[in-house]
Ligand binder design. Sequence first.
Ligand SMILES: [Zn+2]
Length: 317
Amino acid sequence: MYYIILDMEWNQALDRAHTVQQPVLLRGEIIQIGAVKADENFNFVDKLKINVAPKYYKKMNRHVEKITGITSEMLAQGESFPEAFERLREWCSPEFRFITWGFDDIAMLADNLELHGLDRSFGSDYVNLQLIYKNQIDNERVQWSLSDAVERLQIPMDAQAHDAMNDAWFTFEVCRKLDMKKGLAEYSGMSAGQRPVISREIFRNIPDIRRITTEQQFTEIPCPECGKVLSNGEWLSLGVVRKNNICSCPEHGEFLVKLVCKRAAADRWTLTRSLYKSDDDAKASYQKKLEKQHAAIEKRRAAKDAKEITNDNDSTV
Ligand SMILES: [Zn+2]
Protein backbone atom coordinates (compact mmCIF):
# COMPACT_ATOMS: atom_id res chain seq x y z
CA MET A 1 0.00 0.00 0.00
CA TYR A 2 1.11 3.54 -0.73
CA TYR A 3 0.67 6.68 1.27
CA ILE A 4 -0.21 9.56 -1.00
CA ILE A 5 0.64 12.88 0.58
CA LEU A 6 -1.74 15.25 -1.13
CA ASP A 7 -2.04 19.01 -1.39
CA MET A 8 -4.26 21.10 -3.60
CA GLU A 9 -4.76 24.71 -4.50
CA TRP A 10 -8.17 26.00 -5.46
CA ASN A 11 -9.62 29.14 -6.94
CA GLN A 12 -12.58 30.95 -5.45
CA ALA A 13 -15.50 32.81 -6.93
CA LEU A 14 -14.89 36.52 -7.45
CA ASP A 15 -17.70 37.26 -5.02
CA ARG A 16 -20.67 35.65 -3.37
CA ALA A 17 -23.00 36.35 -6.31
CA HIS A 18 -20.76 34.28 -8.59
CA THR A 19 -20.54 31.29 -6.26
CA VAL A 20 -21.78 28.06 -7.85
CA GLN A 21 -24.70 26.72 -5.77
CA GLN A 22 -25.59 23.53 -7.65
CA PRO A 23 -25.00 20.59 -7.56
CA VAL A 24 -22.77 21.62 -4.66
CA LEU A 25 -22.07 24.90 -2.93
CA LEU A 26 -18.67 25.34 -4.49
CA ARG A 27 -16.31 27.07 -2.06
CA GLY A 28 -13.37 26.46 -4.32
CA GLU A 29 -12.55 24.90 -7.66
CA ILE A 30 -9.35 22.86 -7.76
CA ILE A 31 -6.64 24.36 -9.98
CA GLN A 32 -3.57 22.44 -8.88
CA ILE A 33 -2.89 18.98 -7.47
CA GLY A 34 0.43 18.07 -5.90
CA ALA A 35 1.18 14.63 -4.50
CA VAL A 36 4.06 12.60 -3.13
CA LYS A 37 3.86 8.83 -3.15
CA ALA A 38 5.57 7.05 -0.26
CA ASP A 39 5.88 3.43 0.73
CA GLU A 40 4.79 2.10 4.11
CA ASN A 41 8.08 3.20 5.66
CA PHE A 42 7.69 6.68 4.21
CA ASN A 43 10.42 6.30 1.66
CA PHE A 44 9.93 8.42 -1.43
CA VAL A 45 8.49 6.56 -4.43
CA ASP A 46 7.22 9.15 -6.88
CA LYS A 47 5.63 12.56 -7.21
CA LEU A 48 2.94 14.09 -9.35
CA LYS A 49 1.88 17.62 -10.16
CA ILE A 50 -1.14 18.48 -12.27
CA ASN A 51 -2.42 21.91 -13.22
CA VAL A 52 -6.16 21.91 -13.63
CA ALA A 53 -8.20 24.28 -15.79
CA PRO A 54 -11.31 25.26 -13.84
CA LYS A 55 -14.71 25.07 -15.50
CA TYR A 56 -16.51 27.71 -13.43
CA TYR A 57 -14.05 29.95 -11.61
CA LYS A 58 -11.93 30.72 -14.66
CA LYS A 59 -10.91 34.15 -13.55
CA MET A 60 -8.35 34.15 -10.79
CA ASN A 61 -9.63 35.47 -7.49
CA ARG A 62 -7.22 38.27 -6.60
CA HIS A 63 -6.53 36.92 -3.12
CA VAL A 64 -5.79 33.41 -4.45
CA GLU A 65 -3.61 34.82 -7.22
CA LYS A 66 -1.61 36.73 -4.64
CA ILE A 67 -0.85 33.70 -2.47
CA THR A 68 -0.35 31.11 -5.23
CA GLY A 69 1.13 33.27 -7.99
CA ILE A 70 -1.18 31.53 -10.47
CA THR A 71 -2.72 33.86 -13.07
CA SER A 72 -5.89 33.48 -15.15
CA GLU A 73 -3.71 32.89 -18.23
CA MET A 74 -1.89 30.02 -16.50
CA LEU A 75 -5.21 28.51 -15.44
CA ALA A 76 -6.36 28.00 -19.00
CA GLN A 77 -3.30 25.82 -19.73
CA GLY A 78 -4.34 23.07 -17.33
CA GLU A 79 -6.10 19.77 -17.87
CA SER A 80 -9.83 19.41 -17.26
CA PHE A 81 -10.70 18.17 -13.79
CA PRO A 82 -12.04 14.77 -14.99
CA GLU A 83 -8.79 14.16 -16.91
CA ALA A 84 -6.65 15.27 -14.00
CA PHE A 85 -8.62 13.15 -11.57
CA GLU A 86 -8.33 10.07 -13.77
CA ARG A 87 -4.57 10.53 -13.89
CA LEU A 88 -4.38 10.95 -10.12
CA ARG A 89 -6.62 7.90 -9.55
CA GLU A 90 -4.48 5.69 -11.77
CA TRP A 91 -1.27 6.95 -10.20
CA CYS A 92 -2.57 6.16 -6.70
CA SER A 93 -3.78 2.65 -7.45
CA PRO A 94 -4.05 -0.11 -6.60
CA GLU A 95 -4.06 0.53 -2.85
CA PHE A 96 -3.45 3.81 -1.13
CA ARG A 97 -4.38 6.15 1.66
CA PHE A 98 -4.27 9.94 1.42
CA ILE A 99 -2.41 12.00 3.97
CA THR A 100 -3.17 15.71 4.07
CA TRP A 101 -2.40 18.65 6.30
CA GLY A 102 -5.81 19.45 7.79
CA PHE A 103 -9.19 18.34 6.49
CA ASP A 104 -9.80 21.07 3.91
CA ASP A 105 -8.23 19.37 0.93
CA ILE A 106 -10.33 16.23 1.13
CA ALA A 107 -13.55 18.21 1.65
CA MET A 108 -12.63 20.30 -1.38
CA LEU A 109 -11.82 17.20 -3.42
CA ALA A 110 -15.20 15.67 -2.51
CA ASP A 111 -17.06 18.82 -3.62
CA ASN A 112 -15.13 18.98 -6.90
CA LEU A 113 -15.81 15.30 -7.59
CA GLU A 114 -19.50 15.85 -7.01
CA LEU A 115 -19.42 18.90 -9.24
CA HIS A 116 -18.29 16.68 -12.11
CA GLY A 117 -20.64 13.81 -11.32
CA LEU A 118 -17.85 11.63 -9.93
CA ASP A 119 -17.76 9.56 -6.74
CA ARG A 120 -17.30 12.04 -3.91
CA SER A 121 -16.17 9.38 -1.45
CA PHE A 122 -12.87 8.80 -3.30
CA GLY A 123 -10.01 8.92 -0.80
CA SER A 124 -12.31 9.73 2.10
CA ASP A 125 -10.50 7.26 4.37
CA TYR A 126 -7.70 9.79 4.70
CA VAL A 127 -5.31 10.77 7.46
CA ASN A 128 -5.28 14.33 8.75
CA LEU A 129 -1.61 14.71 9.63
CA GLN A 130 -2.36 17.64 11.96
CA LEU A 131 -3.78 15.20 14.49
CA ILE A 132 -0.59 13.13 14.57
CA TYR A 133 1.49 16.30 14.74
CA LYS A 134 -0.65 17.56 17.61
CA ASN A 135 -0.13 14.32 19.50
CA GLN A 136 3.62 14.08 19.01
CA ILE A 137 4.88 17.65 18.75
CA ASP A 138 2.56 20.41 19.86
CA ASN A 139 -0.47 19.69 21.93
CA GLU A 140 -0.87 23.25 23.14
CA ARG A 141 -2.57 24.73 20.15
CA VAL A 142 -5.63 23.67 18.23
CA GLN A 143 -4.57 24.50 14.73
CA TRP A 144 -1.26 24.95 12.97
CA SER A 145 -0.43 26.03 9.49
CA LEU A 146 1.85 23.79 7.50
CA SER A 147 4.55 26.46 7.66
CA ASP A 148 4.26 26.48 11.49
CA ALA A 149 5.04 22.76 11.49
CA VAL A 150 7.83 23.08 8.93
CA GLU A 151 9.47 25.77 11.04
CA ARG A 152 8.99 23.93 14.33
CA LEU A 153 10.51 20.75 12.90
CA GLN A 154 13.41 22.71 11.40
CA ILE A 155 12.70 21.60 7.87
CA PRO A 156 14.45 23.96 5.46
CA MET A 157 11.82 26.18 3.81
CA ASP A 158 13.62 26.13 0.48
CA ALA A 159 10.68 26.32 -1.91
CA GLN A 160 7.71 28.60 -2.46
CA ALA A 161 4.74 27.72 -0.22
CA HIS A 162 1.19 27.61 -1.63
CA ASP A 163 2.34 25.62 -4.59
CA ALA A 164 0.59 22.25 -4.43
CA MET A 165 3.73 20.24 -5.22
CA ASN A 166 5.90 22.11 -2.74
CA ASP A 167 3.29 21.93 0.01
CA ALA A 168 2.84 18.18 -0.62
CA TRP A 169 6.62 17.85 -0.34
CA PHE A 170 6.75 19.84 2.91
CA THR A 171 3.94 17.67 4.27
CA PHE A 172 5.96 14.58 3.29
CA GLU A 173 8.97 16.01 5.14
CA VAL A 174 6.78 16.54 8.21
CA CYS A 175 5.77 12.86 8.01
CA ARG A 176 9.43 11.91 7.95
CA LYS A 177 10.06 13.84 11.17
CA LEU A 178 7.19 12.14 12.99
CA ASP A 179 6.80 8.60 14.27
CA MET A 180 4.28 7.66 11.60
CA LYS A 181 4.02 3.99 12.59
CA LYS A 182 2.88 4.97 16.05
CA GLY A 183 0.84 7.92 14.80
CA LEU A 184 -1.10 5.89 12.26
CA ALA A 185 -1.75 3.14 14.78
CA GLU A 186 -3.26 5.70 17.16
CA TYR A 187 -4.99 7.68 14.46
CA SER A 188 -8.41 6.04 14.48
CA GLY A 189 -8.84 7.00 18.12
CA MET A 190 -7.72 10.58 17.54
CA SER A 191 -10.03 11.29 14.64
CA ALA A 192 -13.14 10.00 16.37
CA GLY A 193 -14.18 13.53 17.27
CA GLN A 194 -14.22 14.79 13.69
CA ARG A 195 -17.56 15.64 12.19
CA PRO A 196 -18.48 16.79 8.71
CA VAL A 197 -18.86 20.51 8.18
CA ILE A 198 -22.34 21.77 7.26
CA SER A 199 -21.35 25.20 6.06
CA ARG A 200 -18.35 27.42 5.99
CA GLU A 201 -18.25 31.17 5.48
CA ILE A 202 -15.25 33.37 4.99
CA PHE A 203 -15.02 37.01 6.06
CA ARG A 204 -12.10 38.99 4.74
CA ASN A 205 -10.28 42.22 5.52
CA ILE A 206 -10.98 42.31 9.22
CA PRO A 207 -8.71 44.92 10.84
CA ASP A 208 -9.19 43.86 14.45
CA ILE A 209 -10.12 40.38 15.65
CA ARG A 210 -10.43 41.20 19.34
CA ARG A 211 -14.14 41.85 19.01
CA ILE A 212 -15.24 39.07 16.67
CA THR A 213 -17.42 37.48 19.32
CA THR A 214 -19.34 40.69 19.90
CA GLU A 215 -19.85 41.88 16.35
CA GLN A 216 -23.22 40.98 14.90
CA GLN A 217 -22.00 40.20 11.41
CA PHE A 218 -19.99 37.31 12.85
CA THR A 219 -22.19 36.24 15.73
CA GLU A 220 -25.61 36.37 14.08
CA ILE A 221 -25.62 32.92 12.56
CA PRO A 222 -28.54 31.67 10.50
CA CYS A 223 -29.85 28.16 11.09
CA PRO A 224 -28.70 26.06 8.11
CA GLU A 225 -32.16 24.47 7.92
CA CYS A 226 -34.60 27.38 8.31
CA GLY A 227 -32.45 30.51 8.20
CA LYS A 228 -33.65 31.88 11.55
CA VAL A 229 -30.91 33.39 13.68
CA LEU A 230 -29.52 30.81 16.12
CA SER A 231 -29.36 31.58 19.81
CA ASN A 232 -25.76 31.51 20.94
CA GLY A 233 -24.23 30.06 24.04
CA GLU A 234 -21.17 31.54 25.69
CA TRP A 235 -18.18 31.97 23.41
CA LEU A 236 -15.35 29.67 24.28
CA SER A 237 -11.98 31.27 23.72
CA LEU A 238 -9.30 28.90 22.46
CA GLY A 239 -6.70 31.60 22.04
CA VAL A 240 -7.03 34.93 20.26
CA VAL A 241 -7.65 33.41 16.86
CA ARG A 242 -10.08 30.67 17.72
CA LYS A 243 -13.54 30.80 19.30
CA ASN A 244 -16.14 28.06 19.59
CA ASN A 245 -19.77 28.06 20.51
CA ILE A 246 -22.79 25.82 20.60
CA CYS A 247 -25.72 27.63 19.01
CA SER A 248 -29.25 26.38 18.75
CA CYS A 249 -32.42 26.63 16.74
CA PRO A 250 -35.60 25.75 18.66
CA GLU A 251 -36.70 23.63 15.73
CA HIS A 252 -33.49 22.17 14.32
CA GLY A 253 -31.35 21.57 17.34
CA GLU A 254 -27.80 22.46 18.26
CA PHE A 255 -24.87 23.37 16.06
CA LEU A 256 -21.20 23.61 16.85
CA VAL A 257 -19.79 26.89 15.53
CA LYS A 258 -16.09 27.50 15.09
CA LEU A 259 -14.52 30.86 14.31
CA VAL A 260 -10.92 30.72 13.13
CA CYS A 261 -8.88 33.80 12.25
CA LYS A 262 -5.86 33.77 10.02
CA ARG A 263 -3.60 36.68 9.33
CA ALA A 264 -3.94 37.72 5.68
CA ALA A 265 -1.69 40.79 5.77
CA ALA A 266 0.10 42.85 8.40
CA ASP A 267 -3.11 44.58 9.47
CA ARG A 268 -5.79 42.36 7.97
CA TRP A 269 -7.35 39.10 9.07
CA THR A 270 -9.51 36.48 7.46
CA LEU A 271 -12.18 34.82 9.54
CA THR A 272 -13.61 31.41 8.71
CA ARG A 273 -16.89 30.50 10.36
CA SER A 274 -17.71 26.80 10.19
CA LEU A 275 -20.89 25.13 11.30
CA TYR A 276 -21.16 21.51 12.35
CA LYS A 277 -23.99 19.42 13.70
CA SER A 278 -23.47 19.20 17.43
CA ASP A 279 -23.72 15.96 19.38
CA ASP A 280 -23.12 14.72 22.92
CA ASP A 281 -19.35 14.59 22.43
CA ALA A 282 -19.18 18.12 21.04
CA LYS A 283 -21.35 19.45 23.81
CA ALA A 284 -19.40 17.64 26.55
CA SER A 285 -16.09 18.91 25.19
CA TYR A 286 -17.43 22.47 24.89
CA GLN A 287 -18.74 22.44 28.45
CA LYS A 288 -15.54 21.00 29.83
CA LYS A 289 -13.48 23.69 28.14
CA LEU A 290 -15.92 26.37 29.24
CA GLU A 291 -15.47 25.27 32.85
CA LYS A 292 -11.71 25.46 32.39
CA GLN A 293 -12.12 28.95 30.94
CA HIS A 294 -14.18 30.05 33.94
CA ALA A 295 -11.63 28.53 36.31
CA ALA A 296 -8.79 30.33 34.54
CA ILE A 297 -10.60 33.66 34.74
CA GLU A 298 -11.30 33.03 38.40
CA LYS A 299 -7.65 32.17 39.02
CA ARG A 300 -6.46 35.32 37.29
CA ARG A 301 -8.88 37.38 39.33
CA ALA A 302 -7.71 35.73 42.56
CA ALA A 303 -4.06 36.30 41.61
CA LYS A 304 -4.79 39.95 40.91
CA ASP A 305 -6.58 40.35 44.25
CA ALA A 306 -3.68 38.65 46.04
CA LYS A 307 -1.25 40.99 44.32
CA GLU A 308 -3.27 43.99 45.36
CA ILE A 309 -3.32 42.76 48.95
CA THR A 310 0.47 42.24 48.83
CA ASN A 311 0.91 45.72 47.43
CA ASP A 312 -1.28 47.11 50.20
CA ASN A 313 0.83 45.27 52.77
CA ASP A 314 4.01 46.55 51.16
CA SER A 315 2.83 50.10 51.40
CA THR A 316 2.00 49.70 55.10
CA VAL A 317 5.44 48.33 55.97
ZN1 LIG B 1 -33.86 26.11 12.24
